[in-house]
Each structure stands twice: as structure tokens, then as C-alpha cells.
Write a protein that binds this ligand. Structure first.
Ligand code: SF4
Length: 342
């Protein structure tokens, strides 16, 4: 290496070590007579290197800033987004499940819907519009004392329903008139002798059993419900002599709530004649389940009253008056040549 180059290198290294600015380096370049083209190049190279180092440092800082802070933050946000997306996916899946279930239910119900049921129901309404059946004037909803308090009225509705089982509406209504005059309240009935209560309700069907049921129920209502009646089907069914049919009717009559279809012997018989059950049913409870499977809920509250009156006047138990019935051409029982009254 030439002496000139050594001196140039020494000068450059001194410049770097001393921390002198590049202006000084340029000044040295300009003032030193030993600096030729090569020295100038070396000096520029040193300068460029230094500048490059600074730039790299800045870039590193920038990269650090970019990579570490914002991107990590964005990553967190992205993770959240992913969770949201997953949640949305779950929700979509849930919606899909619902979407799959709903049409199935609708289809099932549509499959189970008996033919012409709407026409048949409209015909029954037409035949029932005069409201001349016993249930219209002497049904359980007509058995309460109009001047009684709501609590007492509910109790009387329950007692009327208990008496109505296996009993004509006329007989039930007359017995309730006697009971109301006597004092049809739980505290009075609970302390009445069996004999006296028997005389008041006779001749309702199974009157001896009903005396015991009504007295036990009155005591339970006083002990457990403050003299009122319970407000659920489950609790009503726990009372002596009260079954699901009575409980659903009681919810409707006493509480004004529709909890299910009240299926008595009329509804059970007519539903089977009309083919309103998929297969013929043996018990009113089976019929209730079948009807609740397809009959739109808004019709549940009225179907009992409609069919009971229809069964009392036209679709009689032994000899239905098919020749007078508006449904004679579309009723499966009539079309199969069922036994009818001429
Ligand atoms: S046609 Fe006869 S069996 Fe059928 S609904 Fe009418 S009365 Fe009842």
C-alpha cells in the first residue's frame, strides 16, 4: 500500500473515531494536498457507508415500529375478528339448524293435517252459530256466581268442572246452582259433612267419589294456595279427581289461559269420525296429543266448545244426524257408511 493511501486511511479512520462531521471530512479532502481521486472516492465511500448505516438504523427503527406495535395490535384485532367470524359461523350454523328444523316441523304438520279440515270447521261453526246446545247455556263457564270475587269464581269453575265429568250439562248446572246458593267457597265446603254435600250435588255422575274429591281439594286449596286455585296444569293435576282434560279446561275457564286442548268424550269421538287423528285413538289423552300436533294454536281455545255443542246436537254418540250435517259429503265416517240417524 502506498504511503499516500496509508495516510488517507489513517485520516479517514481518525475522522470516524473523532466523530467529525462529513463536512470536516470534505474539508480535509479539500484542504489536504494528499487527497487525490482515490482518497476522494474512499472518503465518499466512508461517507456513503456512514449514511447507509444511518439509513439502515432508521429503517430498522421503522421496521420495528411497523412490525412490532401496529401489526401486533392489528393481529390482536384480527384475532378478535376471527373470533367474531367464528361466532358468526356458529350463529349461521345455529340458524341453519333452525332452518332445517322449522320446515321439517311445518312439513310434518302439513303432512298430518287432515283433508278439508278448514272447510269442516267452518261448517261446524255454521251449524253452531245459533248457540242452542246445552253447553252454550249451561256449560261450566255458565256455572259460576256472577257476583263472586275472582278467587271464589275460580274455585266455583273448578268445582263445576269436577262435577261435569260423566255428567250432562243440565245436571251439572243445576247442582252448581244449589251449591252457589248454599255457599260454594272452599272454607264452607271443607267443613260441610259428606252427607250434606252429597245431597247438594246428587245426581251428578259418581257423586259419592266427587264428594270426597271436592272436600279434599278444598282443604288443599286452603292450606297450599290461600283458598285460590293453582295456575299450572301440573299443579291442577295434583288435585284429587283432576286430570289433564279438566286442568286444560280450568286454565281456560278460570285463568283465561290456553294451555292445551280440552278433549272430552265428544271431542274424542268427533275427532276420530272426522279423521282428525292420523290413526284412530283409544283415549281422549291420545286424541289431545294428535290434535295439538296439527291444529293451529289460535283454534285450541274454541275447538272444545265448538265440538262439544256439535256433539250434543248433531254428531250424536250413537246415531249422528249425518243427513242434516253440512259435512256429510266430506266426512270420512259418513262416506264409510257409519251408523247414522235417518
Ligand atoms: S257427517 Fe255425520 S259423522 Fe260426520 S261430522 Fe257430520 S254428523 Fe258427524
Amino acid at each position: 500500500m502506498s504511503k499516500r493511501l496509508k495516510l488517507a486511511g489513517l485520516s479517514a479512520s481518525r475522522t470516524l473515531r473523532s466523530g467529525k462531521t462529513f463536512v470536516n471530512a470534505d474539508s480535509s479532502e479539500k484542504t489536504s494536498p494528499y487527497f487525490g481521486d482515490e482518497e476522494k472516492r474512499l472518503a465518499r465511500t466512508s461517507t456513503k457507508k456512514h449514511v447507509l448505516i444511518k439509513i439502515k438504523h432508521e429503517m430498522v427503527e421503522n421496521e420495528t415500529n411497523i412490525k412490532e406495535t401496529p401489526i401486533k395490535s392489528e393481529d390482536v384485532e384480527l384475532s378478535t375478528d376471527v373470533q367474531d367470524i367464528k361466532t358468526e359461523e356458529c350463529e349461521i350454523k345455529n340458524e341453519n339448524v333452525e332452518f332445517k328444523l322449522d320446515p321439517k316441523n311445518v312439513e310434518d304438520k302439513k303432512q298430518w293435517m287432515p283433508p278439508n279440515w278448514e272447510t269442516i270447521l267452518e261448517n261446524i261453526k255454521e251449524m253452531r252459530k245459533s248457540e242452542t246446545a246445552p253447553v252454550d247455556t249451561m256449560g261450566c263457564h255458565k256455572c259460576t256466581d256472577p257476583d263472586a270475587s275472582p278467587v271464589v269464581s275460580r274455585y266455583q269453575a273448578l268445582v263445576a268442572l269436577m262435577l261435569s265429568s260423566q255428567t250432562k250439562d243440565q245436571v251439572t248446572h243445576a247442582a252448581m246452582q244449589r251449591l252457589n246458593t248454599y255457599g260454594c267457597k272452599p272454607n264452607i265446603i271443607a267443613t260441610t259433612s259428606d252427607d250434606d254435600l252429597g245431597k247438594l250435588i246428587y245426581p251428578v255422575g259418581f257423586w259419592k267419589k266427587k264428594v270426597k274429591y271436592i272436600k279434599k281439594t278444598s282443604v288443599i286449596l286452603l292450606d297450599k294456595y290461600g283458598g285460590d286455585i293453582p295456575k299450572t296444569v301440573k299443579e291442577l293435576c295434583e288435585l284429587p279427581g283432576v286430570g289433564p282434560k279438566m286442568a286444560h279446561l280450568c286454565m281456560r275457564t278460570a285463568w283465561g289461559e290456553v294451555s292445551g286442548i280440552g278433549v272430552d268424550t265428544h271431542v274424542h269421538r268427533i275427532a276420530n269420525r272426522l279423521g282428525w287423528v292420523k290413526k284412530s285413538t283409544k283415549t281422549p289423552e291420545q286424541t289431545r296429543n294428535e290434535l295439538e300436533d296439527w291444529l293451529p294454536k289460535p283454534l285450541w281455545s274454541e275447538v272444545n266448545h265448538l265440538l262439544v255443542g256439535f256433539g250434543q246436537e248433531t254428531c250424536l254418540p250413537r246415531f249422528p244426524k249425518c243427513s242434516e250435517c253440512l259435512n256429510k259429503d266430506i266426512c270420512s265416517f259418513a262416506s264409510k257408511g257409519g251408523r247414522t240417524k235417518k
